[in-house]
Design a protein around this ligand. Structure first.
Ligand code: NAP
Length: 292
């Protein structure tokens, strides 16, 4: 039986990190300061603690500075926003992110209203999403940027191709659809109110699945030879699983990302890439080009 080519996110993410490490080393050797990523964590959610630790380790491993502000779960909204403002104004900090989810009494939208878009390394502020909509992307959400990087690494043609995105979230579905559109794919977005989303998916030469439903996509959703990107992450008794039924879909698809080891590692690598982008932009006059 034919098998899809595996799109190895670990490998590509490692290459991205290596490239960033070399660029940072060169900047520091030339007398520059190190780029700095600041993370705000609220409360004691164990998964958040692991995610933040991984992000900090990844930053430090490539020569960035990392800082963490850990606030108690019962912190007031005004105290949280004050910390965001403090980091906005700290000239030694290039990227700021607030680890989600926040405790129920705190609004992520309020945080994003206050966060300086120039330091918004998750790319989720209205300003950065607006820049993306306007066709002038600057700091792009990490998972969508990682998906495009993975597609480019495997030289997946996009211009003139049919792409279908399952999901329309601010974090993944919507921005990845915009990025694919900017690369001249013809993009359809399907969601929970779409009747028969599988019928759309079967048309796709590039299928990106970000629905948050374990094994939603089986072989009957996939056009033979299609490139299938699985964004979903689900913890099961047998380990991590995706939104795509990998074992069955890989016999139909032309290329496919595994879970784990596909999109996940790309997301962290793109957080670092965004921090590097923000650092370079903040270093002062360039030729006017927005650093990528
Ligand atoms: P989300 O905010 O819950 O959005 C899910 C989207 O999928 C919604 O737009 C929803 O439609 C749509 N949807 C749900 N069920 C559907 C169905 N049966 N058919 C078609 N569309 C359906 O989730 P998210 O933040 O985008 O994340 C999606 C998944 O990716 C989750 O498993 C998450 O854990 C994972 N994730 C992974 C990474 C990574 O680094 N690998 C990063 C972020 C997220 P409506 O809009 O109509 O509700």
């Amino acid at each position: 039986m034919a098998e899809a080519e595996l799109m190895d996110g670990n490998l590509v993410a490692q290459q991205v990190r290596k490239g960033l490490k070399d660029e940072i080393a060169a900047a520091v050797a030339a007398g520059g300061r190190r780029p700095c990523l600041a993370v705000i964590r609220v409360g004691e959610d164990p998964a958040s603690a692991v995610y933040v630790r991984n992000k900090r380790r990844a930053a430090e491993a490539i020569g960035m500075e990392s800082r963490e502000t850990h606030l108690p779960a019962e912190v007031s909204e005004s105290a949280l926003l004050e910390e965001v403002r403090r980091l906005n104004q700290d000239p030694s900090v290039d990227g700021v992110l607030v680890q989600l989810p926040l405790p129920r009494h705190l609004s992520p939208d309020r945080v994003l209203e206050v966060l300086d878009p120039e330091k918004d390394v998750d790319g989720l502020t209205v300003t950065n999403l607006g820049r993306l909509c306007a066709g002038e992307p600057y700091l792009v959400p990490c998972t969508p940027r990682g998906i495009l990087t993975l597609l480019d690494h495997y030289q997946v043609p996009l211009a003139g191709r049919r792409a279908v995105v399952v999901g329309r979230s601010r974090l993944v579905g919507l921005p990845v659809a915009l990025l694919l559109l900017q690369r001249n794919a013809s993009v359809s977005i399907v969601h929970s109110r779409t009747p028969d989303p599988a019928a759309y998916a079967r048309e796709a030469e590039v299928l990106v699945v970000a629905a948050g439903r374990r094994h939603l996509v089986g072989p009957d959703w996939v056009r033979p030879g299609a490139t299938v990107i699985d964004v979903g992450i689900h913890r099961t008794e047998d380990g991590l699983a995706g939104d795509v039924d990998y074992e069955r879909v890989r016999t139909v698809a032309g290329r496919i990302t595994p879970v784990p080891g596909g999109v996940g590692p790309m997301t962290v690598a793109m957080l670092l890439a965004n921090t590097w982008t923000a650092y370079r932009r903040r270093q002062g006059p360039t030729d006017g080009a927005i650093p990528r």
